[in-house]
Design a protein around this ligand. Structure first.
Ligand code: NDP
Length: 475
């Protein structure tokens, strides 16, 4: 009998928890996993008549009430294509396939094209919040046609995280918009994490703070404008004792962790996308580079021997200065991320509502933060705001934070502490706020060696080429 409200394919970390989440909202969920042993373990632990155990794609299609809704939570890439190939002949026009994995948006575009002639509807949906979020309520970022969204809306809203702004799910835009929004969410996450890591390192190695004071500082910041999930967990992490090793229980666990940051690729995709779209994304790109540099452990050890000079204490910088620098740099990172999203929406016709995106990131996802309320309000006030940092409220805060931000970057650089994201953010800001910068010299060089032409300030519509070597030199 066809009784299931929706199906979940893939009972890995995310799929199993998302299926249980839908089930906990009173829905009947058909579930399937390629490896039957994983399905056995799932049903042994969570077995219930409203979790329908399907051992084939035929059984899955038969268990679903038409028009069917199938959520894929499988490894991004070829697995998504393989499952779609299996489902296609077993579904009917009007049925909806949701890809809830971290698919790259160009793949989602391709799958839309592939499925459009079949009458099957395709929704690329970013899901954030990790294992716990999938179970208790993630932030969900679906894209696709509006009609599918209206149909999915009650189901997705019932399972999403809820903030004071409502359920953390919205229509993100046409076709691949959902996966583009998720990709940029992850890029921003890279920026946030790198900025926090740099600030932690300055507090500790520059100001000499010990674990308990570090915890107090981050916990204090979490109560203010930096309040966020990532600051909250950092407060716990910095003072957590190592449960193992020779100094068991007396040293921070974070000191026992190899200094190499992993990455699965969504930050890199964001940086590549920005370069291709011509959107300057300094903070997030610096964060991706910093992870890549961290992975060069052998080279770093060698360089540390050759250039052995430990960073000096930070001079003339307070804890409050670091808070201001972190906040200002974070604002740059979000400014850049939202700029990329605005550009993608314009170029690919997504029609993404930036205020709504800020709203659905307020709970459930990794970058959830108090500050997103203000981002939401800024885009509600002015949906065509070209850059987030130009919102009058944020501009005032930036002006106030600027002296401290400069002090931090200058002192860190002078003392030899690497601050790639804090300084890239400041460089982005300083470049952006100059109505006239250094590009004129680049244009002159291009025209000199390649006759690439330039435009004059006093006649901007004219295209000019100059034989530079024939010009008289000023005294
Ligand atoms: P897991 O590795 O835990 O699970 C992967 C699932 O994909 C398994 O059920 C696996 O089945 C299935 N699978 C792989 N290849 C195929 C195939 N060819 N045909 C059918 N099924 C296949 O991954 P996660 O649950 O962590 O991630 C799932 C998706 O969600 C990914 O896109 C991931 O990037 C994304 N995501 C993950 C988050 C996380 O915190 N883990 C957060 C947000 C998104 P089998 O058991 O048979 O191998």
């Amino acid at each position: 009998m066809s009784t299931a409200d929706l199906a979940v394919v893939g009972l890995g970390v995310m799929g199993a928890n998302l299926a249980r989440n839908f089930h906990s909202r009173g829905l009947t969920v058909a579930v399937y996993n390629r490896n039957p042993a994983v399905a056995d373990a799932f049903h042994a632990e969570h077995g219930d008549p409203r979790l329908i155990d399907c051992r084939s794609y035929e059984a899955l299609a038969a268990a679903l009430k038409p028009p069917r809704i199938v959520v894929l939570m499988v490894t991004a890439g070829r697995a998504v294509d393989a499952v779609i190939d299996e489902l296609r002949p077993r579904l009917e026009p009007g049925d909806v396939i949701i890809d809830g994995g971290n698919s790259h948006w160009p793949d989602t575009e391709r799958r839309h094209e592939l499925l459009a002639p079949t009458g099957l509807r395709f929704v690329g949906m970013g899901v954030s919040g990790g294992e716990e979020g999938a179970l208790r309520g993630p932030s969900m970022m679906p894209g696709g046609d509006r009609e599918s969204w209206e149909r999915l809306r009650p189901l997705l809203e019932s399972a999403a995280a809820v903030s004071d702004g409502g359920p953390c799910v919205t229509w993100c835009g046409h076709r691949s918009a959902g996966h583009a929004v998720k990709m940029i969410h992850n890029g921003i996450e890279y920026g946030d994490m790198q900025l926090i890591a740099e600030t932690w390192s300055l507090l500790r190695n520059g100001l000499g703070l010990g674990p308990s004071r570090l915890r107090e500082v981050f916990a204090g910041w979490n109560g203010g404008r930096l309040g966020s999930f990532l600051i909250e967990i950092t407060a716990e992490i910095v003072a957590a004792a190592d449960p193992q090793g020779s100094a068991k229980g007396t040293t921070p666990l974070v000191d026992a962790i190899l200094d190499v940051a992993g990455q699965k690729g969504t930050g890199r995709w964001t940086a590549i996308d920005a370069i291709e779209a011509g959107v300057p994304l300094g903070t997030i790109t610096a964060a991706v580079d910093a992870r890549a540099l961290s992975a060069r452990l052998d080279d770093r050890r060698r360089a540390a021997e050759i250039f052995a000079e430990p960073p000096a204490p930070l001079a003339g910088v307070s804890e409050d200065d670091l808070e201001a620098a972190l906040y200002a740099a974070k604002l740059m990172s979000y400014t850049q991320g939202f700029d990329l999203l605005r550009t993608a929406s314009r170029e690919r016709g997504y029609e993404t509502d930036l205020a709504e995106v800020a709203r659905i990131w307020k709970a459930g996802c990794i970058i959830r933060a108090r500050f997103l309320d203000r981002v939401h309000a800024a885009y509600r006030r002015d949906p065509s705001l070209p850059l987030l940092c130009l919102d009058p409220g944020f501009a005032d805060e930036l002006r106030a934070a600027l002296p401290a931000w400069r002090r931090v970057v200058a002192a860190a650089t002078a003392a030899g502490h690497p601050v790639p994201a804090l300084s890239a953010s400041l460089a982005w800001f300083d470049t952006m706020r100059q109505a006239r910068g250094s590009a004129a010299l680049i244009q002159a060089q291009r025209d000199y060696f390649g006759a690439h032409t330039y435009r004059r300030v006093d006649a901007p519509d004219e295209i000019v080429h100059t034989e530079w070597s024939e010009l008289q030199q000023l005294p």
